[in-house]
Design a protein around this ligand. Structure first.
Ligand code: GRF
Length: 207
């Protein structure tokens, strides 16, 4: 029998990925449970979504901390208190410092709305469109010290249509993000991802 992993989600905004993850947990599609949601924005809809599911939702206010390392010490304390096994970043608009990354190395995932290593950073969809790419998509990766540079777990592609606007393209990327993230989180929870250098090897069978 698989022991369910404790998942924490960090989110700054709308939280539609969080919603998809919580719904997938409820349907038994992820071998884990969301035990904590943290936001750096008081008004984040992600916090409301978590509370609706009776999941502990914390606002940790950046204004109360001196800098990134201080803030991340508060994050680490909150995560350790809940015995978190996996930290999932879902639209968390802060770069993590060494304090977080060293404590949870190999246990932090992020989702990015482009096919990395193309178009990292916070304008991935816009830059891909402006560049005129015909195919873009999303990437789930482990988080390291760089900006969207960690080992890639899963990618999924989205065709750019000639009449796409930023909004329509963003929307289609969003809908593939959900299934990619759910799959990546479930693989992690089942101990099916092995990292060899930059490569993530997926073991379809456990053991
Ligand atoms: C997603 O597009 C994700 O790729 C990016 O932030 C967005 C979060 O959206 N990192 P939501 O808050 O989950 O709706």
């Amino acid at each position: 029998m698989i022991c369910l992993k404790n998942i924490a989600v960090l989110a700054s905004g709308e939280g539609t990925n969080l919603q998809a993850i919580m719904d997938a947990v409820d349907k038994g599609e992820i071998a884990g449970k969301v035990v904590l949601v943290i936001s750096d924005r008081h008004e984040a809809k992600a916090l409301v979504r978590a509370r609706k599911k009776n999941i502990r939702a914390l606002f940790i206010d950046p204004a109360e901390y001196g800098g990134r390392a201080d803030y991340d010490s508060a994050l680490v304390a909150a995560l350790q208190k809940e015995n978190v096994d996996l930290v999932v970043m879902a639209g968390f608009m802060r770069m993590l410092s060494a304090t977080m990354i060293d404590t949870f190395r190999g246990k932090i995932m992020n989702i990015h709305p482009s096919l990395l290593p193309s178009f990292p950073g916070c304008e991935g969809v816009k830059q891909a469109m402006e560049h005129g790419v015909k195919v873009t998509g999303c990437t789930v990766h482990f988080v390291d010290e760089g900006l969207d540079t960690g080992p890639i777990i899963i990618q999924d592609s989205v065709v750019v249509l000639q009449d796409d606007t930023l909004e329509t393209l963003q929307q289609r990327i969003h809908s593939v993000e959900y299934r990619s993230y759910i799959r990546a989180i479930d693989l992690y929870c089942r101990d099916m991802i092995k990292v060899e250098g930059r490569r993530c090897i997926i073991h379809e069978k456990q053991g």
